[in-house]
Design a protein around this ligand. Structure first.
Ligand code: PNW
Length: 476
């Protein structure tokens, strides 16, 4: 399909950002009193990550943060979303804060502000302090209270200079990849525990939001980033496939959006999981603690999900793109089959479908009227390699970004209040169970030397950030 020639222009206040997370980029895992998180333990367990790779060094952002901020400024980005390593700030997950840990983030924030880049802090991007996992992890109720204490510490330390806050990143991954399919840390495969984890993550979000509000100036904004799935039926006219959509939509979206945006778990979710759990760990007052005003909602989007009712013959190994495991990340959904979505694919095997992003934005515009939206992650992995001249050309990534940013622009034209977009990711980095083999960065990292080289997509995106307009892809 030829690209449109007419320029696609965004509102002038639109934030053009990039996103990262602590364990994926920082390295320096034993510095400044930091103790292991569940991702240190998991990545050091044989067989858990591709090639046994770990975040021990990652891209050494802990030592190179000044250069990384300078690079963002040079590209022309106006915002940066990063996460804080809980075990750098509170090594055992409880008790007093470590000043060295907080100081690192304060220096990073000051560097960003000096460069005119607006910071957005994610408090939790999957790296639970190992000691809290040893005490039961997210299936244990106390973890939510520990999170609130941690939120208070960070809010007090950085609330004077960081305006945009995100409590949790993609709790779906924490709960269901961490405790059901086990492809993420801590690698447990316990369906009931994964549902408890989901509830306690919701509770952590609620208690954490209150703690942040008490610790920070009222002008600051508190949000959560959800990997809200766009779930589609294989046969739109087949009621059994539509029931499969409902089930997966509840387990992917409703389990978080229900309590957070509406103060209740969906009835259909409670019914679909009733043979596994009676949800008795949802205590009086929990839903009130979870359901409270938010200032914004973060949406992470990569690809849609295609499902049907499973006849017995197609049950079993899944093609849902959530990693290889004999255990499903979808508790109570053994009667659902997952299908490869049509379209070109990225290196993750995820199909490219910008219409899904438009659909997602319009859905939350309707479900959470008046709530500003941010695309807190969107991007693509490709097998990037430097040319003989040392440059990295990634036209596929430019086309991906162009397509998805155009979808965002269309949603704005359709009445959605989307305030910004954070490309995943600033740098190539540790892609969890896939190690370093999947490159999501707009900036190429040579892992032998840790040298950073902006790919052509970074230059294209920087131009969009500086001009508020998407250059047609054929010029690049
Ligand atoms: C998100 N899934 O991860 C994360 O927030 C990032 O840290 C990550 O690097 C990025 O997307 C790319 O993968 C996901 O299986 C991991 O559905 C897995 C899934 C979704 C998101």
């Amino acid at each position: 399909m030829p690209e449109p020639i007419t320029p696609v222009t965004f509102p002038s206040a639109f934030l053009w950002g990039a996103a990262t997370s602590a364990y994926q980029i920082e390295g320096a895992v034993r510095e400044g009193g930091r103790t292991p998180s569940i991702w240190d333990t998991f990545s050091h367990t044989p067989g858990k990550t591709a090639g046994g790779e770990t975040g021990d060094i990652a891209v050494d952002h802990y030592h190179r943060y000044r250069d990384d901020v300078a690079l963002m400024a040079e590209l022309g980005l106006s915002a940066y979303r990063f996460s804080i390593s809980w075990s750098r700030v509170q090594p055992t997950g409880r008790g007093p804060a470590v000043q060295v840990g907080l100081d690192f983030y304060r220096r990073l924030v000051d560097e960003l502000l000096a460069a005119g880049i607006k910071p957005a802090v994610t408090l939790y991007h999957w790296d639970l302090p190992q000691e809290l996992e040893d005490a039961g992890g997210w299936p244990e109720r106390d973890t939510a209270f520990r999170f609130a204490e941690y939120a208070q510490i960070v809010g007090e330390a950085l609330g004077d200079r960081v305006e945009n806050w995100i409590t949790l990143n993609e709790p779906w991954c924490s709960a269901f990849l961490g405790y059901a399919s086990g492809v993420h840390a801590p690698g447990r495969t316990e369906p009931v525990a994964s549902l408890k984890a989901a509830h306690h993550l919701n509770l952590a979000h609620g208690l954490g939001t209150s703690a942040l509000r008490a610790a920070m100036p009222a002008r600051n904004s508190v949000a959560i980033s959800l990997n809200s799935s766009v779930v589609r039926p294989l046969s739109p006219g087949d009621p059994a496939d539509l029931a499969a959509v409902q089930k997966i939509d509840d387990l992917a979206n409703g389990v978080f959006h229900g309590p957070i945006l509406r103060g209740a778990y969906p009835e259909t979710l409670l019914a679909a999981t009733s043979s596994l759990t009676d949800w008795s760990y949802v205590l009086d007052g929990d839903l009130r603690a979870i359901h409270q005003p938010l200032d914004a909602l973060g949406l992470n989007y990569y690809t849609p999900t295609l499902v049907s009712a499973a006849d017995a013959s197609v049950r079993g190994p899944r093609s849902d793109g959530h990693g290889a495991s004999d255990h499903s990340p979808w508790p109570g959904a053994d009667d659902v089959a997952f299908h490869l979505t049509p379209g070109d694919r990225t290196e993750m095997g995820w199909s490219i479908d910008p219409t899904g992003l438009h659909e997602l934005i319009m859905r939350y515009t309707a479900e959470a009227p008046g709530l500003p939206l941010y695309i807190t992650e969107n991007g693509a992995a490709y097998d990037d390699k430097p040319d003989s001249d040392g440059r990295v050309h990634d036209p596929e990534r430019i086309a991906y970004l162009h397509g998805h940013l155009s979808a965002v622009r269309r949603a704005i034209a359709d009445g959605a209040d989307v305030r910004g977009y954070y490309l995943w990711s600033l740098l190539d980095n540790f892609e969890w169970a896939y190690g370093y083999e999947k490159r999501f960065g707009a900036v190429y990292v040579d892992y032998a030397t840790l040298t950073r080289t902006p790919k052509s997509s970074a230059l294209w995106y920087g131009q969009a950030a500086r001009t508020g307009t998407l250059a047609p892809t054929e010029t690049t």
